[in-house]
Design a protein around this ligand. Structure first.
Ligand code: DGI
Ligand code: FE
Ligand code: FE
Length: 187
């Protein structure tokens, strides 16, 4: 599928607002890929598909995690986390994506994980700072773009963990591992 075919295909699976968010992630991811010397086409593909199952049926997401023997811990955490690994599965099965880095970027776009590739970090950050995002602190995060991918990523991960703690929400272990690696590197 070319870019327009992919966009048309995902557009039918989500409300218009989420589609506009996806376009924003795509533009931001391409821009970050240029800046940080990552393959732009891979960034574009991962961005277009990153939320492909965000609006899929919750029971189906759960069933897919079980049937495909994905990490069972996911099911004990908030259902918001499920669309990321199942999205990677659908990207492979339905959209024929074979590039493992692209699949990982989709799989870990919500939680992050330790030792992320540049592409994984780009999708994680683009998802948070794309132009349609409006939350307190987002402009500060955008300012980190100039400081390089590591510092941008660290700022985004710290922000999202702080957000979860403020809301008294559990933090998925991969997110903590992601944070720990970034902090250890910065020392
Ligand atoms: O799909 P998007 O809305 O574009 O963004 P996303 O995939 O980053 O999902 C964000 C949601 O996931 C948001 O409601 C917070 C939640 N989330 C992210 N990491 C964690 C989490 N929720 C819990 N409980 N624990 C996490 O570690
Ligand atoms: Fe998402
Ligand atoms: Fe998203």
């Amino acid at each position: 599928m070319n870019k327009d075919e992919l966009l048309n295909a995902i557009r039918t699976r989500m409300p218009e607002k989420r589609f506009v968010h996806t376009l924003g992630v795509m533009e931001t991811a391409i821009q970050l890929a240029k800046m940080y010397e990552v393959d732009e086409k891979e960034a574009e593909l991962a961005a277009i598909l990153h939320d492909v199952v965000k609006f899929a049926d919750r029971d189906w997401l759960q069933q897919t995690i079980i049937e495909q023997q994905m990490e069972p811990t996911l099911l004990t955490f908030h259902h918001e986390l499920w669309h990321a690994p199942v999205g990677a599965y659908v990207a492979q099965q339905e959209f024929g994506v074979t590039n493992q880095d692209v699949l990982n970027a989709i799989c870990y776009h919500t939680t992050g994980r330790k030792y992320m590739s540049k592409l994984e970090k780009i999708i994680y950050c683009a998802d948070m700072i794309e132009p349609n995002r409006q939350f307190p602190g987002v402009d500060e995060l955008r300012q980190h773009v100039e400081q390089g991918l590591e510092l941008l990523m660290k700022a985004c991960v710290v922000h999202s963990i702080q957000f979860l703690i403020q809301k008294n929400q559990p933090v998925y272990p991969d997110s903590i591992h992601c944070y720990n690696v970034l902090v250890a590197k910065g020392k």
